[in-house]
Design a protein around this ligand. Structure first.
Ligand SMILES: Nc1ncnc2c1ncn2[C@@H]1O[C@H](COP(=O)(O)OP(=O)(O)O)[C@@H](O)[C@H]1O
Ligand SMILES: [Mg+2]
Length: 362
């Protein structure tokens, strides 16, 4: 893997406050890399430094092995697409897209050809003479993308580009973005606070919190093996049960969960008897069944349905265990002729495998 972008120990302070705090990462050529984190965690600040709109207080940013310090934004082979589109209102779609090539003083017939290609790529060929105010939000964002891609930047930075779109359009654009990135082979650094979006789009994700990177990995690793409480909680839904390690062997852990008693869990790095933390377990790893159902699972507890959330394809049941702990369990609504499996107040049992979930320290 050849790194195109390298960020080494970059810090950016505003007064005493470090908006980006000693961040290091490298992005491979052709990668779809995502910065994911809650609002205010420093994503835009980091992106602005990569683009050259702002400078780090410490650390360095390299593109293709070359330090970018002192290189003006317009001289970097990088383009940024913003959530707000930033289109020129008095220019047509074609003129907006052509703008970077006009600035670069390319010959007219080359501009014409490349604008046509770029508009075809984003499915807007028939809108070339329209003005921005005549377009929908999704179409405007497509124009901004076409403009971002026309100069064939080595790196395209996208700051919450789908943030203003409604859910359905957003999903369509996600699928198109994946296809476009694959087709063009341009490296994307994509910023979002939406975890499903990050999981769906990215080759790798850096999860940010308060100016730092908490975990950097492939989506399935981030989701399946969160490294700490913040990541487990931020990515998807997660049950968190306070737990203490009673026994640790290479085969697995025996945890003591207050009120529940002994719970079997998979091995965890550095977990020793006596350590305290949480058992993080996803609702889809928790089975829910009638009290008399035969469940051949080691971790099995009785409880009552407190609440449920029906969203069509699945239902999330909130179950109060006899111990007082509360666990969420997800059930697919795929059984024929059934709309609902349990009602509020029903006695149920919840269960999960001995190797499900993860023990997290702290
Ligand atoms: N120019 C600035 N001056 C002072 N504080 C700033 C400035 N830019 C950003 N911040 C602060 O830095 C933090 C990170 O901001 P930002 O990078 O925009 O977050 P994100 O894009 O992840 O929502 C926020 O607390 C924000 O208020
Ligand atoms: Mg931002």
């Amino acid at each position: 893997m050849t790194a195109i972008l390298e960020i080494r120990n970059v810090t950016r302070r505003f007064g005493d406050f470090a908006a980006v705090n000693d961040v290091s990462l490298s992005v491979a050529s052709g990668e779809f890399f995502t910065l994911l984190g809650p609002s205010g965690c420093g994503k835009t600040t980091l992106l602005r430094m990569i683009a050259g709109f702002d400078d780090p207080d410490a650390g360095e940013i390299l593109l293709g092995g070359k330090d970018l310090t002192g290189t003006a934004p317009e001289r970097r082979p990088i383009h940024t697409v913003f959530q707000s589109y930033a289109l020129f209102p008095h220019m047509t779609v074609a003129q907006n897209v052509a703008f970077p090539l006009k600035m670069a003083k390319r010959p007219a017939e080359e501009i014409d050809r490349r604008v046509r290609e770029a508009l075809e790529l984003v499915h807007l060929a028939e809108k070339r003479t329209s003005f921005p105010h005549e377009l929908s939000g999704g179409q405007k964002q497509r124009v901004a993308l076409a403009r971002g891609l026309i100069n064939r930047p080595r790196l395209l930075l996208l700051d919450e580009p789908l943030g203003a779109l409604d859910a359905k359009l957003r999903e369509e654009m996600q699928i198109e973005l994946i296809a476009m990135q694959r087709e063009l082979g341009i490296t994307f650094v994509f910023v979002t606070h939406s975890q499903p979006e990050a999981l769906a789009l990215s080759h790798r994700i850096a999860v940010m919190n308060a100016g730092r990177i908490e975990q950097m990995d492939e989506p399935s690793k981030i989701y399946g093996f969160p490294r700490n409480r913040f990541v487990a909680d931020f990515i998807g839904h997660c049950n968190m049960l306070e737990a203490r390690v009673a026994d640790a062997t290479p085969q697995g852990l025996r945890l003591e969960v207050p009120g529940l008693g002994a719970v079997a869990a998979p091995p965890a790095d550095g977990a020793r008897a006596g350590a305290s933390g949480v058992l993080a377990i996803r609702p889809e790893q928790v089975r829910i069944a009638a009290p008399d159902a035969a469940l051949d699972l080691q971790n099995r507890f009785g409880g009552k349905v407190r609440d449920f959330l029906y969203v069509g394809d699945v239902t999330t049941y909130v179950v109060d265990l006899e111990s007082g702990a509360r666990v969420e369990a997800l059930l697919a609504n795929s059984a024929p002729g059934r709309a609902k499996f349990f009602e509020v107040g029903d006695a149920v049992q919840v269960a999960w495998r001995h190797d499900a979930g993860a023990f997290l320290h702290g």
